[in-house]
Design a protein around this ligand. Structure first.
Ligand code: C2E
Ligand code: CA
Ligand code: CA
Length: 712
């Protein structure tokens, strides 16, 4: 739980961290971008405005140079006498017109006396500058005389049209004011500089005079940028202001905003993708987790999940493990098909799932096997839980109009008192579960309550089977079959024994299940076939009418290989197929239903008989079994035991025999121990019997002896 929260937290934290990182990167980039935009804009502005400022300064400076030189020229010529011609020469020589000068004039005592070019400017002759009615002109002249500095003023409307800028310089002779020299310059020389940048680029510029008087350009509010242009005259201060040109897109603020919003959109998408990735990752993890740790069909935790959980439980130090196996589920699968079996399994799993809790976990171990781990402080509480689960199986299950009564067998082990590890626990729980199956299924038992001596004996047997000598330690005993009517021996059953070193014998009931479990059964059955076929040859060679040999085959040995082997051994030993009968239990048939019919038919076609052993012990699926091509039914000892004790048991034997007669199937009763039983079997017309009443299973020699004595 805690781990899950941490995992979940981690995912949220990861998401937040990545998101913050993205936002920081985005914020940084956007700021850098807008910084870059404003910076390059500033740079451009500075570049442009500085260039204009330098150009304007240069223009004005050059004009000031002109006025200075004019001043010097006048001062030089005062004594020689000034004349219009002199000024004309000066003007021509200095190429003033080409330099953007509209006119120059000389005004002794402030009265314009000479003017170049005289043409168009005659009207100005005689004009008294010092008493000019234009306030500004007057002010400028006074300032100029006082400071002895050049004065630039303008723009002024020119008499000849257009605007001009006036540059004036006082002329002093021996420190006495003599007069004024003036240059009138076309203002467009200055404004062209501004126009060159205006409108075409990012900025619109205005040339400003003094504090806020527009010299040139369209006035605008809130200058974004401005710069004072250093005009080389103390008298006139010029500055240039610029404003962003709104029609111009490049490096515009709108661009910044556009990029900002678009990238914000991308940012949101990026954050969503991160969220989606961390989220789907979680989904994916969950799905993978489900695949690894849960069973596909039932949705229950699986083996791997158990392995994981067991480590946790072993660390805690105390828990129970329950191995549960559904009784006879294979039969349902075989008779109704796997799809229905799966539906039923799912129903059962759902019930088991409802027991999932803090203390109990249910796992699907495989097929119809389930495992519970139970954390409980007492055995009694575990029993309570188990009983509760078993209660659920009292009610029948229903699938597609079929009703199924399902029971479960369970074996329980405790950690650490019974076992010290998961594998061993499962093995022991499995063994315990089997002991329940053996004693009639449907129930539970603790490992501590089962016969552990048997458990260890089985382990020993298991090891013994792995040794090379084992197969040679097998013996075959023979038990006669007697015809009830004639009281003659008509057959014999081969029963295997395992001989210990000390000569004692091990019952097949002990070692056959172990051999079936470890895969050794086939070798045993083959060995018995080999010995018994050889023996029956000898027996029958000495007899007038031969007797039949019955061989027991394990359910595991119902296959084509075994049939071929038997066929071969009949040939090798030189016996007749009709001398052989194979005994198979009901479960053997039911466990191999898919292949059984074909094999049975083939075996019968060879002339070999088939008997159903322990008939009626399992299900009493009488009708069902009689459909197979069988020759004999061997009525289970339990029914024989019940003869004269149990009214119902007798009825069953009677109906089995009656039905068999109709179907032409022979009947034999096994485990007959009393005369009473035999008499009863005779009255109901059972064909043969077998049992201690006649004789126990005996060695071959003893059997031959028996044949002789009975014959005589
Ligand atoms: P089964 O085929 O049902 O054999 C009958 C068992 O009942 C035999 O036990 C026999 O000794 C015993 N029996 C016969 N008459 C009486 C009687 O009147 N009273 C009592 N109480 N018991 C009687 P056995 O020989 O110990 O065999 C046990 C089981 O082992 C057999 O049961 C059979 O299923 C299996 N088995 C024996 N030999 C072989 C074999 O060669 N191959 C395979 N696969 N299984 C074998
Ligand atoms: Ca038998
Ligand atoms: Ca039997």
């Amino acid at each position: 739980m805690m781990i899950k929260i941490i995992e979940k937290m981690n995912k949220i934290v990861l998401f937040i961290i990545i998101s913050i990182l993205l936002i920081v990167v985005w914020w940084g980039t956007i700021n850098r971008f807008s910084h870059f935009v404003t910076e390059s804009r500033d740079n451009l502005f500075n570049e442009e405005i500085n260039s204009m400022s330098t150009q304007i300064s240069k223009i004005l400076e050059s004009k000031l140079d002109i006025i200075k030189s004019l001043n010097a020229f006048v001062a030089l010529k005062i004594d020689d006498g000034l004349s219009q011609e002199l000024l004309d020469d000066y003007g021509e020589m200095s190429k003033l017109i080409e330099k953007g000068v509209l006119n120059i004039n000389i005004a002794p005592n402030g009265i314009i006396t000479y003017i170049y070019p005289l043409e168009y400017n005659k009207a100005a002759i005689g004009h008294d500058l010092i008493n000019d009615d234009r306030e500004e002109v007057k002010k400028g002249i006074i300032y100029s005389i006082k400071t002895k500095l050049s004065v630039i003023s303008g723009p002024v409307e020119l008499v000849r049209g257009g605007t001009g800028v006036i540059i004036r310089d006082p002329v002093f002779v021996d420190d006495e004011f003599w007069g004024l020299v003036t240059i009138v310059m076309d203002a467009s020389v200055l404004t062209d500089v501004i126009d060159a940048y205006n409108g075409a680029g990012l900025f619109n510029y205005v040339l400003i005079k003094g504090n806020d008087e527009i010299f040139y350009g369209t006035e605008f509010e809130n200058n974004d940028y401005d710069l004072i242009v250093d005009v080389p005259s103390n008298y006139m201060e010029l500055s240039i202001a610029g404003k962003l040109n709104e029609d111009y897109i490049y490096l515009n603020d709108d661009i910044i905003n556009f990029v900002r919003y678009i990238s914000l959109g991308f940012l949101i998408i990026a954050i969503y993708i991160v969220y989606d990735l961390t989220h789907t990752n979680e989904l994916l993890n969950r799905r993978i987790n489900k695949m690894i740790y849960f069973d596909k069909l039932t949705g229950l935790p699986n083996r791997r999940s158990l392995e994981k959980k067991s480590m946790e439980l072993i660390k805690k130090g105390d828990f129970y493990l329950v191995f549960a196996d559904l009784d006879d589920f294979k039969f349902i699968n075989d008779t109704h098909g796997h799809p229905l079996g799966d539906v039923l399994l799912k129903q059962i799993s759902d019930i088991l799932y409802s027991y999932l809790s803090k203390n109990i976990t249910v796992y699907r171990w495989g097929g119809d096997e389930f495992i519970f781990t139970i954390e409980s402080e007492s055995k009694e509480k575990v029993e309570d839980s188990i009983k509760e689960i078993l209660n659920h199986f009292e009610k029948p299950f229903k699938v597609e109009n079929n009703i199924f009564n399902i029971s479960v067998s369970m074996g329980i082990v405790h950690y650490p008192s019974d076992s010290d590890g998961l594998d061993d626990m499962i093995k022991k729980a499995d063994i315990s579960m089997y002991s329940i199956k053996e004693s009639g299924k449907n129930g539970y038992i603790f490992f501590s309550e089962i016969d552990t001596a048997k458990y260890f004996e089985n382990i020993e047997l298991n090891n013994r089977m792995k040794s090379n000598e084992f197969i040679d330690e097998l013996l075959v005993y023979y038990q006669p079959k007697i015809d009830i009517q004639s009281n003659k021996i008509v057959g014999v059953e081969a029963l295997v024994r395992l001989k210990n070193k000390d000569g004692s014998l091990v019952s097949p009931n002990k070692f056959i299940p172990v051999a079936e479990e470890n895969g050794y059964i086939n070798a045993i059955d083959r060995k018995v076939v080999e010995i018994a076929f050889r023996d029956i040859r000898r027996i029958n060679d000495n007899m007038e009418n031969g007797i039949k040999l019955s061989i027991n085959l394990s359910p595991k040995d119902i296959n084509w290989d075994m049939v071929e082997y038997i066929k071969e051994q009949i040939k090798t030993s030189g016996i007749k197929s009709s001398d052989i009968e194979i005994e198979l239990t009901e479960t053997a048939v039911l466990e191999n239903i898919e292949s059984v019919v074909e094999i049975f038919e083939y075996v019968r076609s060879l002339g070999i008989s088939i008997a159903i052993d322990d008939f009626g012990k399992g299900f009493g699926a009488l009708n069902y079994l009689l459909k197979f091509p069988i020759s004999t039914i061997k009525i289970d000892k339990n029914f024989v035991d019940d003869i004269n004790n149990n009214e119902r048991g007798n009825k069953i034997i009677e109906s089995i025999i009656a039905l068999s007669k109709i179907l032409g199937i022979d009947t034999i009763a096994e485990g007959v121990e009393t005369e009473n039983q035999l008499e009863y079997l005779e009255t109901i017309k059972c064909n043969e019997y077998q049992g201690y009443l006649c004789c126990k299973p005996i060695k071959l020699d003893d059997f031959n002896e028996l044949l002789k004595t009975r014959d005589s």
